[in-house]
Design a protein around this ligand. Structure first.
Ligand SMILES: Cc1cc2nc3c(=O)[nH]c(=O)nc-3n(C[C@H](O)[C@H](O)[C@H](O)COP(=O)(O)O)c2cc1C
Length: 360
């Protein structure tokens, strides 16, 4: 039976353990989406993770919907990422870039553009902007030209990620962002080849993954999905069938690993009563499955022993515990995340969480 401390291969990436750092938006880049030196310090502190999945990183100005989040659409951003990635490698770690297009979940004051989506719909609640939270505006339904351009944006961002030194990329297909907006029938109201039956709604995901694979190879490509439950106004009438079909599609594409955010009814991050789809996905997908949400050492180890998960990704525990791997090894307590500094700028609540050694 595998344990969290057994090595694992995810495509081209060899991991010393199965404790992954989940993607965490932290808002420490510049307003132009250029990574800053402090980000290198933060990620290097967490280099003992089997693999770090970077914070969501915009593939284009249009697709970046969060103040001070980083991008990967121009040379300055590539240059900004280089020392961050190098710091992780120098500390003995591995890191992939999470490629993000938020679709309808961006305010025009952040992107300078009307948001786009599968269909003309409006995100729920309010968008994060440089002037606090503001109501979402209606998205424009993308046309064929837009889709071709966005696929090129994915490909370029993947190429830039490798140029910056990343070990691979993960498409962000979860949490109600653009790929999810195409997948689910609550937000995809199209009647062309990209809408309607599941086979059509999978098309955009398939083309985005294929565009990335063509650029960097399948061995360095992965995707994150959130199969169970509504998220950010994105819902589906039959998530079980949809995401099982998505897993079969990823199998065909040769994607070596997928990460699934699968909360339960008691989750402290987007709880849902909908059952996990991962067992059904496992039955049609032979690659590695990384499970996420609300895990600790014991529950993570149990999922590995059950055979559904090959590895576990930890979000908030890694955020507040740079030495999480060591804490899991020792069965030590975790620091709690400081909520007010989750997305604030600067080092407070970012690079100053104590390790076990510093706490004694
Ligand atoms: C501050 C914060 C930022 C997050 N940013 C991202 C992100 O950039 N991309 C993503 O896919 N999920 C993001 N998530 C979701 C986490 O990756 C993870 O799914 C969630 O925290 C549940 O896992 P946990 O219980 O291990 O924290 C974020 C969560 C938090 C708390």
């Amino acid at each position: 039976m595998p344990t969290l401390f057994d090595p694992l291969t995810l495509g081209a990436i060899a991991l010393p353990n199965r404790i992954l750092m989940a993607p965490l938006t932290r808002g420490r880049a510049t307003r132009e989406g250029v990574p800053t030196a402090i980000m290198g310090e933060y990620y290097a502190q967490r280099a003992a993770a089997g693999l770090i999945i970077s914070e969501a990183t915009g593939i284009s100005r249009e697709g970046l919907g969060w103040p001070f989040a980083p991008g990967l659409w121009n040379e300055a951003q590539v240059e900004g990422w280089k020392p961050v990635v190098a710091a992780v490698h120098e500390a003995g770690g591995r890191i992939v870039a999470q490629l993000w297009h938020v679709g309808r979940l961006v305010h025009p004051s952040v992107s300078g553009l009307q948001p786009v989506s599968a269909s003309a719909t409006t995100g729920p609640a309010r968008a994060h902007t440089y002037d606090g939270k503001q109501p979402h505006v209606e998205a424009r339904a993308v046309g064929a030209d837009d889709i071709a351009r966005i696929l090129e944006d994915y490909a370029r961002a993947a190429r830039y990620a490798i140029a910056a030194g990343f070990d691979g990329v993960q498409l962000h297909g979860a949490n109600g962002y653009l790929i999810d907006q195409f997948l689910r029938d609550g937000t995809n109201l199209r009647d062309d080849d990209y809408g309607g039956p599941i086979a059509n709604r999978l098309r955009f995901m398939r083309e985005a993954v294929a565009a990335v694979i063509a650029e960097v190879g399948a061995a360095r490509t992965a995707i994150r999905l959130s199969p169970n439950g509504d998220v950010q106004g994105c819902h589906d009438s039959d998530g079980h069938a949809l995401f099982t079909a998505a897993a079969a599609e990823l199998q065909k594409l040769g994607v070596p690993w997928i990460e699934l955010r699968e909360p339960g009814p008691q989750s402290s991050f987007r709880a849902t009563e909908e059952a996990p789809v991962s067992p059904a996905m496992r039955s049609v997908y032979s690659g590695r499955i990384v499970l996420n949400s609300d895990y600790d050492a014991a529950s993570g180890a149990a999922r590995l022993a059950e055979g559904v998960a090959d590895a576990i990704s930890f979000g908030r525990p890694f955020l507040a515990n740079p030495d999480l791997v060591e804490r899991i090894r020792l069965g030590a307590e975790y620091n709690a995340p400081d909520i007010p500094t989750l997305y604030s700028q600067g080092s407070k609540g970012y690079t100053d969480y104590p390790t076990l050694l510093e706490a004694v």
